[in-house]
Write a protein that binds this ligand. Sequence first.
Ligand SMILES: NC(=O)c1ccc[n+]([C@@H]2O[C@H](COP(=O)([O-])OP(=O)(O)OC[C@H]3O[C@@H](n4cnc5c(N)ncnc54)[C@H](O)[C@@H]3O)[C@@H](O)[C@H]2O)c1
Length: 380
Amino acid sequence: MSVKIRLGIIGGGGDSLIGILHRVASAMFDKYEIVGGVFNPNWKENSSFAKKLGLNENRVYKDFDTFIAEETKLPIEKRVQVVSVLTPNFLHFPMANTLLENGFHVICEKPMTTTYEEAKTLYTTLQKAKTIFAVTYTYTGYPMVRQMREMILNGEIGNVQKIDAQYYQGWINPILHDKEQRAATWRLNPVKSGISCCIGDIGTHSFNMLEYISGVKIESILADLNHVYDDNPMDVDGTILLRASNNVKGVICASQIATGEENSFVVKIYGDKAGLKWEQENPNYLYLMEDGKPLQVLKPGHAYNSKLSLDGTKLPPGHPEGIFDSMGNIYKGIAKAINKEPYNAGEFPTIIDGIRGMDFIEKAVASHKNGNVWVAIDEN
Ligand SMILES: NC(=O)c1ccc[n+]([C@@H]2O[C@H](COP(=O)([O-])OP(=O)(O)OC[C@H]3O[C@@H](n4cnc5c(N)ncnc54)[C@H](O)[C@@H]3O)[C@@H](O)[C@H]2O)c1
């Protein structure tokens, strides 16, 4: 009998952006075996993709309801244990909630739901299910992001006094500026995407990342968003001022119309002794800045890194870690939790991160709509 965790996947078919990342991540540490799922609502696409992956056809289902009905008939030692939900946003909540109700562990893509209310309902369901629930804020798995978190936790930059995240992409330009395309994509459809496009998609990564690495809790926000066209119901750009615990202030700048940018996610945390800067497009360099001293560049795999960072490095220094490794590290942490092994709280984002993310999205939209006013983030 396989000792690997039996993984099911919903969404993430051959036509998707994120499916490949999860499949590679799940294979990275030999902890999971993909046994089945529903990769696409179209049966032909679904079954031919599953065949390509070499899956047993009996475990590839025509839709999510059939997945639940058939998997729960199987003896517990054969049944899928954890399910990755990789569909468009509006399906995360109904699917994740049903999965929890049926005793599955869940790995859910972000944004976790389409509303804050749904996120809180999911929390209630999880309290009853008592299974593992993770939200894939992918970038928290990078070794140098983990190093940043540990250095700040250990006081190495002193008291945090300013937090700053800039997440710039330009991919939506061709879609946005074509009237037909902007009406057709699920990402600019509030029914499928939720109330925000840019803040929901990448602003939420920024919010989670700042809290993950700095240890401060963001307490209130003031947002100025841009839809660009009057007939576009969704934001594609936003600047958000932050007030956090311990008198920390900061800013999140997020954009999908930053022309020419690819996935430029830059995070900076300044303490009263030193500053740290990390850039997603160059993720193996962590910059340590101190007044009057030369800039230091920290890299993965060296003994000077924390245990949490080193746990996410597979090869000696000089072998670059990338986005696949980052997601692989998150899957590794989730496997430890499922197998009831000890793990560090920084190894994977939880439902609390998902709930805070949904609150942030709704409050950002409310702040903007009400004339750019300060709005409090709840204490979840
Ligand atoms: N963590 C990250 O950094 C990151 C990056 C990109 C996307 N995402 C998230 O991943 C999710 C998917 O995004 P994407 O860009 O891959 O979307 P996509 O549109 O490229 O792919 C969606 C996939 O879901 C499948 N699907 C749709 N409805 C389904 C259903 N009813 N049953 C089964 N499968 C279904 C589609 O066939 C497709 O394979 C979104 O929530 C998005 O926010 C996260």
